[in-house]
Design a protein around this ligand. Sequence first.
Ligand code: PLP
Length: 409
Amino acid sequence: MLTINEHHLKLQASYLFSDIAKRVAAFQVEHPEREVIKLGIGDVTRALPQACVDAFHKAVDEMADDATFRGYGPEQGYEFLREAIAVNDFQARGAHISSDEIFVSDGAKCDTGNIQELFSTDIKVAIPDPVYPVYLDTNVMAGRTGVFADGRYQGVVYLDCTRANHFVPALPAEAVDLIYLCFPNNPTGSTITKEELKTWVDYARENQALILFDAAYEAFIRDESLPRSIYEIEGAKEVAIEFRSFSKNAGFTGTRCAYTIVPKECVAYDSRGSKQAIHPLWNRRHCTKFNGVSYPVQRAAEAVYSDEGKREVKELTDYYMRNADLVRREIGALGYDSVGGENSPYIWIDGGRKSWEFFDLLLDRSGVVCTPGAGFGKCGEGYIRISAFNSYENVERAMQRIQEALASQ
Ligand code: PLP
C-alpha cells in the first residue's frame, strides 16, 4: 500500500489569492460597468529591459546554429553570469563573495523552499509573521512543525513583526537553529538597518544557528545606508545563506532566473556536533536535482550587469518606486498609518479594521484590489498590502478613487 507524507495534510489550503479572485469576479458580475484596478498581486507589469531582450535574442540565435549551439550547461550556472553577479552585486559593495559561491537557479521561490532539505527535521525554526508563505509551508511539508491550531503551526517560533517593533522582529527568547529573514520585506515593505542585521548575525554566531536571508527586493533600496546583502555585515559568511532573484529588478517573473549564495565558510553541525560545510551539501543537492537554467535566460540575466542593463534596471525600479511613493503619500494624507514604499514596492497599511473588511470596502467603493494582510499571518490582521507593480496611470486613478471613496465614508 502506498502511503503518503502525512505532513502535507497539515498544510492549510492557501485561499488568499483564490479568495481575492472570487470576490473580484463576484464584484464584476454585479457591476459589469465598473473597471477594476489590481494593486494586489506582487507580479511585475513592465517589459524586460532592452539590454536583456537583445542578449536573449542573440543567445537564441546561437542555439539555432550547430557551431554555437549549447546543450546542458553547468548546473551551478555559467561562469559568465556567476562572475558578473560576484563582481557587481557583492565585491562592488565590499562583500567578499566569489563566483563559485553562487548557485544560479530558476527562482528564489524554489531555492528558499528547497534549502531546508539540508537540515535535520528536529531543528527549531524561526519564521517571521507576517511572512512570504513559502518559508513556512516548506517546513510544514518536511515535518518540522506540529498541527495548525489557532492560526499557527505548533512547534514554529514565530517572529512577530508589528508596529511596535517597526516590523523588524526582535531576537527570539528561546534558542533557534534556522532563521528566515526577508528585507526589504514582503509583505510589509519594511527594511532593516546594518546595526539591526548585525544583532541577528551575532545571535546566529553565538547560537550555532543559520540565517536564510531573502533579498529578492534589494534593487528597490534607495537609502544607501541600508544593507543590500547580509554579507555587508561582518561575520555573516559563516552563518548566512542569501537568496536573490532577477524577478523584481529586471522583470524576470515569467523568464525565471535567480541565485543563491552559499559561502564556503558557512557551516552546520552533524549529530556529533562536528562542523560541516554547507557549500558541498548544497552543491550536491543542486547538481542531483537540477539541470541548470537555460543558456539564453542566463545571457539575458548577464545583460542586467552591462552599462545599458544597469541603467534600464534603475529606470524600471524607479518607475515602480514612483508608484509606491504616490500610494504612500496619498494613503498618509487620508490619515492612515503605513510602512514600506520608500525602499520597497510594497506599502503595508493599517486599515483600522479587519483586513478583509478593508479589502471589501476598497473593492466596493473604489474598484481597487489590494491584498488582505491577514493572509500573510496572524500579525497581518488589520493590515492590507498595496503593490506598486502597475502602470503609473493606473496607480494614479486607483488612488484618486480611494481618496474619493474614503473621504465620503
Ligand atoms: N522571495 C520573496 C520574498 C518573494 O516575494 C518572491 C516573489 O514574490 C520570491 C522570493 C520569488 O522569487 P522568484 O520569482 O525568483 O521565484
